[in-house]
Write a protein that binds this ligand. Structure first.
Ligand SMILES: [Zn+2]
Length: 257
């Protein structure tokens, strides 16, 4: 089994849906391949985090009463129609009413609030894990001409890599990481004693978005889109320092175009 096969099977494996023979093959591969083992352990950590209570969306009280009233209405019309229509159809009607209410209220809420929220959580989790697990880099080098080619064949895109040692942010290396169900590039920079993880993966389009600054659990996160790539920088640096770093990355990406 090669890495490409392994990556395709890791989800099913983590969810316990893989047939025995394939499981054994993948097991063997994970024992001998640290890159795939890391992808698996990231996915596993993400799955556990998703099962955590913090990600469950508590519905607003308003939603509860809207569902109840929709059910009451469905129930009333059900009684009216009881003699006219067969039972199975009535249950379908009530279920459809409920689905309609849920679709109108819950789905937009989830899609606007949770997507960025999820990425932020993953970004911080991956940053913390990289520091804790002593797995900051797969390739340790301050030389962009070593780091950039290291990604060849490991990713289906080529992330921009530049060293900012002159400006106080030396490149220390890179690794593969896993975000939004994708393998992404993680470049690691240092500022004094602190580390910055810069995650990069292709954007859906060429749109450019301005840098957005967030803070979460004591970490600062800045994300933006540029040159067809999404960039997420995370660090325990203060906001001004991290913004300085982001400006360097943005400028060098602009110069490259
Ligand atoms: Zn592998």
């Amino acid at each position: 089994m090669n890495c490409e096969d392994a990556k395709n099977l890791i989800h099913a494996y983590a969810d316990g849906e893989l047939e025995l023979l394939k499981s054994l093959e993948l097991d063997q591969h994970l024992k001998s391949c640290s890159v795939c083992a890391q992808i698996f352990s990231n996915h596993h950590a993400l799955c556990s985090a998703l099962k955590g209570e913090s990600l469950y969306l508590k519905p607003h009280r308003d939603l509860q009463s809207r569902i109840h009233s929709a059910l009451r209405k469905a129930d009333k019309s059900e009684r009216k129609l009881r003699n006219a229509i067969p039972w199975s159809w009535l249950n379908t009607g009530a279920a459809l009413a409920l689905v309609a209410v849920l679709a109108w209220t819950v789905v937009p809420l989830l899609s606007t609030r949770s997507v960025d929220d999820m990425v932020e959580k993953e970004i911080v989790a991956n940053h913390v894990r990289s520091l804790l697990a002593n797995h900051l880099t797969d390739v340790a080098s301050s030389d962009q001409h070593t780091v950039k080619p290291w990604f060849n064949g490991k990713l289906d895109f080529s992330p921009p890599v530049e060293d900012f040692a002159q400006q106080g942010f030396p490149l220390t290396g890179a690794r593969l990481d896993y975000l939004e169900n994708k393998t992404v590039a993680a470049l690691v920079y240092r500022y004094r004693k602190h580390y910055i993880n810069l995650f990069i993966w292709p954007a859906d389009d060429e749109a450019v978005t301005a840098a957005k600054v967030l803070s979460r659990q004591g970490y600062h996160i800045i994300h933006w889109t540029q040159s067809g790539m999404r960039f997420w920088a995370v660090s325990e640096l203060n906001k001004d320092e991290l913004q300085e770093f982001v400006r360097l990355v943005q400028r060098s990406s602009n110069n490259r175009m």
